[in-house]
Every structure is written in structure tokens, then in C-alpha cells.
Design a protein around this ligand. Structure first.
Ligand SMILES: *Cc1c(COP(=O)(O)O)cnc(C)c1O
Length: 378
């Protein structure tokens, strides 16, 4: 976008490239379908309506982590038998939303939760399909806040609880265990953790079969990372490689369906955050480019020490300089990047922060009573 076009929009604003999204979705589906894999889109990454509509129209299922996400998925047109509902802390009210809609599965994270679902389903005269979210104790080798598959994490049922659970199952007459579920973390860029996951899933799948429990599906979760450093060179993740790893190492039983729940890898690169420079301030070691966007619009750098590619898209200078690119919020963590090389930057220049389509707009907060400006679509 040129400056002429940019000035018609109020900054900061999120901008989505729906054409890139469409290409990314097609690429993911093409490679998943080769192996008969099903993809559920993890709504929590981005619940923008136009994005959801496009994803729904391309035949994805939905992966939800709250009752409202289940409702949103249904409103968007995802069918209930395409909806998985995960989360360590589902409230009774949220479980009832899932039951009412006869969703594909509740991905259950504790024995206590399974007992509650059984009880609520019995009151509704229903049998709930559940998948057991197991903690595979596989290190995703990603940031600790988005690592979820280790025994020290709060997620999933640990292996030492399984025997006891299996003994209890016959008395839980209003649930049916239809599958196993795993999700080891997010922004995983090496294929090794996924290979290790496959090996662990094979063992667990076998363990259940030995005990006479037939599982209709295995759900391997999401977590595929994107290239935050070079988003323009690598706009679309390598889905062929990703699904290929599972095809190579996973040993499903005949007729066992394989499901995935991808969020970030589908939507991250189609989004950017466009912001204007309010002030350029000389610091001791570096200059500060102070933007009108802050951690209230994009919290990933403050929360996960994430780094996004940043560009001055309107400067016509040929000089490059280093800047600490910061927001206006009164927190030192309100910083998008230190020592970022930009074209010489002045008040009024437009700054583009790349790859903000996942966990960006959805995490916007009203802190400081900040305004939310309308989204722009390309
Ligand atoms: C967040 C989440 C996902 C999606 O993760 P991405 O890294 O965005 O692909 C999938 N499944 C579960 C259970 C999740 O919590």
C-alpha cells in the first residue's frame, strides 16, 4: 500500500491479505488430503469473521477452546461434527454448549473433567464423544510459555493416571472414548518434536488397543511454526514436510482417522499491523521510534519475547539506521524490537509489523482505554 492509500485509514490497524490466506489454506488442504488427514482450524488464533468464513468455505473443521468459540464456529457454518472442544478448564456452562450441539469431541484434560462431562451428559440423556488429551512428555523446543506437552505443564492426562482411568470407564456410561488427542506446543519449527510425538503416539495407541479400546481417531494438535524472520520470502509454511513427517512415522490402525488442529501456520502471515510513527527520540545508545501501536494491539513481543519483521513502508530515505521500535504504553516491555534496522524514520512514517495474523488481533486489550480501529482487507 502506498502512503496515498494508507492515509485514508486510522492507525494503528490490522490488515489482512485474503489472497495469501486463500493460497495458504489451499496448500495446507492439498498436502493434508494426500494422506486423508483432516484439519481443524484453531479459532483462538484469529476469529475475524471474514477469515473464519474463508476457512469454513474451504472445508476445514474447527478447534475451539471456549464455549463462545463453539458458538462462533456454529454461527460461521462449521458443522457440529467438525468441532473439537479443548481446554483444561471447561466450565459446566461451556460443556453444556458442546453437549447441546452434539460436537465431534470434547478433548478432555483430566479424569475429573471426564466425570463432570459424564454427569452433565447423563442429565441431558446424551452420550458425549470424548478424546483423551494425553500428555506425551515430548519437548516442543519452543518458548516455555507455549510449550504444552511436558509433564510439568498443566495440560493433558499424564501416563500414570491412565490405568485408573481405564478401570473407571465402564461406570461412565454417558461418555464414549473415541480418540486420543495431543498438542505439544506452538511455533515449532523443527520437525524433530513432531517425529518424537509420532513415536510416543504409536506406543499409546498400541497400549489402548491391547486393552481392547478401539480408537476411531488420533488428533495430533497444531503447533507448526512460521518464518517470522523472513515472511516475504517464506509466506507459506512447508505443509508438505509437516504432514510428510506424520505420514512417515505415525502408525495408525486401519480406518483410524488422523486429525490436526492448526492455527498459527494457517493465518499468521496473512496479517500485518500497520502503525504510524508518533515521535523519534534520541536515546543514549539508540534512537527510539515511538509508534501509535503498542502491546495493547500486539502483545506477542511483550508476552513471549516474540520478534516480528518490521519495515518502514513510506520512508524515501536511502539511509538505514537502527531504532528501538516501541509503543506508547507505560511499560518497558512495550517494545516491538530492539536495534531494528529501518530506513531513516521520521514522525508520520508508516511502519508495518509482519506476520501478525495469529494471536494478534484476538489478544488486543482495552488497557489504557485504547481505541480499536477498523480492520482493512487486501
Ligand atoms: C492453541 C492450540 C492449537 C493451535 O496451535 P497453533 O500453534 O496455533 O497451531 C491447537 N490445539 C490446541 C489444543 C491448542 O490449544
Amino acid at each position: 500500500m502506498r502512503k496515498k492509500e494508507l492515509i485514508q485509514y486510522k492507525t494503528p490497524f490490522y490488515c489482512y491479505d485474503l489472497e495469501l490466506l486463500s493460497q495458504t489454506l489451499d496448500e495446507a488442504q492439498t498436502h493434508a488430503k494426500k494422506h486423508d488427514y483432516h484439519i481443524h482450524y484453531a479459532l483462538k488464533a484469529n476469529t475475524n469473521v471474514r477469515i473464519l468464513n474463508l476457512i469454513q468455505s474451504k472445508g476445514f473443521g474447527a478447534d475451539c477452546v471456549s464455549g463462545n468459540e463453539v458458538k462462533k464456529a456454529i454461527e460461521t457454518g462449521f458443522t457440529s461434527n467438525q468441532i473439537a472442544f479443548a481446554g483444561v478448564g471447561k466450565s459446566d456452562e461451556e460443556i453444556l454448549i458442546g453437549l447441546e450441539n452434539d460436537i465431534f469431541t470434547f478433548n478432555c484434560e483430566s479424569v475429573e473433567e471426564i466425570e463432570v462431562i459424564n454427569e452433565l451428559a447423563s442429565q441431558q440423556n446424551k452420550v458425549a464423544n470424548i478424546a483423551l488429551r494425553l500428555n506425551p512428555n515430548v519437548d516442543a523446543k519452543t518458548h516455555k510459555y507455549i510449550t504444552t506437552g511436558l509433564e510439568e505443564n498443566k495440560f493433558g492426562i499424564n501416563s500414570w493416571e491412565l490405568e485408573g482411568l481405564i478401570e473407571k470407564l465402564p461406570s461412565l456410561t454417558h461418555i464414549k472414548v473415541t480418540g486420543l488427542h495431543f498438542h505439544i506446543g506452538s511455533q515449532i519449527t523443527s520437525m524433530t518434536p513432531f517425529k518424537n510425538l509420532c513415536i510416543r503416539v504409536n506406543e499409546l495407541n498400541h497400549w489402548f488397543l491391547e486393552r481392547g479400546i478401539r480408537l476411531e481417531h488420533l488428533n495430533l494438535g497444531g503447533g507448526l511454526g512460521i518464518d517470522y524472520q523472513s515472511p516475504t520470502e517464506n509466506p507459506i509454511p512447508d505443509f508438505e514436510l509437516f504432514f510428510g513427517i506424520f505420514n512417515q512415522f505415525l502408525e495408525p490402525r486401519p480406518n483410524q482417522e488422523i486429525h490436526f488442529e492448526l492455527g498459527r501456520s494457517l493465518v499468521a502471515n496473512c496479517g500485518s499491523l500497520i502503525s504510524k510513527v508518533l515521535y523519534v527520540k534520541k536515546g543514549i545508545k539508540t534512537n527510539f521510534a515511538i509508534l501509535d501501536a503498542g502491546m495493547t494491539e500486539l502483545i506477542r513481543p511483550a508476552l513471549y519475547q516474540a520478534s516480528h519483521s518490521i519495515e518502514n513502508i513510506t520512508s524515501e530515505s536511502t539511509k538505514l539506521e537502527f531504532y528501538d521500535v516501541v509503543g506508547p504504553i507505560c511499560e518497558s516491555s512495550d517494545c516491538f524490537g530492539k536495534k531494528i534496522e529501518l530506513k531513516e524514520t521520521k514522525r508520520g512514517d508508516y511502519i508495518k509489523i509482519y506476520s501478525t495474523g495469529a494471536y494478534g488481533e484476538v489478544m488486543t486489550s482495552g488497557y489504557n482505554l485504547r481505541e480499536q480501529n477498523p480492520v482493512v482487507y487486501l
